[in-house]
Design a protein around this ligand. Structure first.
Ligand SMILES: NC(=O)c1ccc[n+]([C@@H]2O[C@H](COP(=O)([O-])OP(=O)(O)OC[C@H]3O[C@@H](n4cnc5c(N)ncnc54)[C@H](O)[C@@H]3O)[C@@H](O)[C@H]2O)c1
Length: 335
């Protein structure tokens, strides 16, 4: 099995998790270097995972003898680092979103095309076993033509105020995963969105100009209708459910739990608690997205989540924001 030599750029919350997952895929990858300008534990992390090089400057990673990079740095650095990595011929796995400026994303995608490298975007939920199965039932016509697509996605707690200030808002930061998910589950393109949003969890979030609760209704090119609901705070954990209702039936998934066992006692029924947040809930999906990245590199195939998917999700998030501001539905016509 050919081993891909890889560098990880950005060693924060998600970068550290990727390092751990990639290290466990020993037959597929060898992590040669990591970089982060401020993480004081870089040397320690390198030592823990047997990584030869660690740098503050990502350019040093690109100068190493590597085939691919993972970009897990802050969002505002993605466009620059993707460009530099593509121009040095590296295959690229980049966290979402590619950028928060649509023209800049389009420029980045053109560079990717010109350089002929792979760009996979970190929409990890597409690799979740439940959502993937629903998608497959749609693609294989098991549920028939999709009529209604529903996604519920609620975080256990809001992020910090500092995070919210630079997050780009709920649609671009949080719902972006769900906007990608409805495209994936419907196997179609969104043609219209109508967004409603409000502040019910924490009034400070409203003062920062954001919302913490939202519902978006959608229309799809294949005629289906859809709805996404988001909350920044579900007191019972990380609530992630989806459903496709079609002409031949429906496919839906409840939350993943440690078990589906129901314990009935004299005070009622009890089920296992749902996972607290994304790192626990999507363990398998975060690993499988790297298996996909590996396969797309060695087989020269398109990854399951492309740069175009990354662009579409940002375009949809922007349309939702516009809809909320104008109190009207926004039509989308992708060229
Ligand atoms: N797919 C998912 O489920 C998921 C979940 C969380 C975050 N994300 C995305 O991952 C990215 C990182 O998020 P996070 O939560 O890990 O943030 P974080 O702030 O914990 O980590 C970001 C790291 O990037 C580093 N960094 C900044 N500029 C850099 C540069 N030029 N070169 C190298 N490193 C640099 C920072 O020092 C920091 O350590 C964001 O784009 C975010 O949207 C994706």
């Amino acid at each position: 099995m050919k081993k891909i030599k890889i560098g990880v750029i950005g060693v924060g919350r998600i970068g550290k998790m990727h390092i751990k997952n990639i290290s466990n895929l020993r037959d597929m990858f060898e992590i040669v270097s990591i970089s982060d300008p401020v993480n004081p534990k870089l040397a320690e992390i390198a030592q823990e995972y047997g990584i030869k090089n660690y740098y503050q400057n990502y350019q040093d990673v690109l100068n190493d003898d590597i085939d691919a990079v993972v970009i897990a740095s802050s969002t505002d650095t993605h466009a620059e680092i993707i460009t530099a990595a593509a121009q040095s011929g590296k295959q690229i796995m980049c966290e979402k979103p590619i950028d928060t400026d649509i023209d800049r994303i389009k420029k980045v995608l053109k560079i990717i095309d010109d350089c002929g490298v792979t760009l996979q975007i970190g929409f990890n939920r597409r690799f979740d076993h439940n959502f993937r199965k629903i998608h497959d039932y749609v693609v294989n016509d098991v549920v028939g033509s999709p009529h209604i697509i529903k996604v519920s996605s609620r975080d256990p707690e809001p992020p910090s105020y500092d995070y919210i200030k630079v997050s780009g808002g709920l649609f671009s930061d949080m719902m972006i995963h769900d906007l990608d998910m409805v495209r994936y589950l419907s196997n179609s393109e969104v043609t219209e969105v109508y967004a409603q949003g409000t502040v019910l969890v924490d009034s400070e979030i409203g003062k920062l100009g954001d919302i913490d609760t939202a519902i978006v209704s959608l229309k799809f090119a294949n005629g289906a209708l859809g709805v996404i609901d988001n909350s920044r705070q579900a007191v019972y954990g990380y609530d992630q459910r989806a459903e496709v209702f079609g002409s031949k039936g429906q496919a839906f998934t409840e939350n993943d739990k440690d078990s589906n066992v129901e314990l009935d006692l004299n005070d009622g029924g009890h089920l296992d608690k749902i996972p607290y947040f994304f790192i626990d809930r999507y363990v398998q999906a975060y690993i499988d997205e790297f298996k996909e990245f590996y396969n797309s590199i060695v087989n020269g195939t398109k990854p399951m989540v492309t740069g175009l998917d990354g662009l579409r999700a940002v375009q949809l998030a922007f349309a939702c924001k516009e809809s909320l501001e104008k109190h009207e539905p926004i039509k989308l016509n992708f060229d």
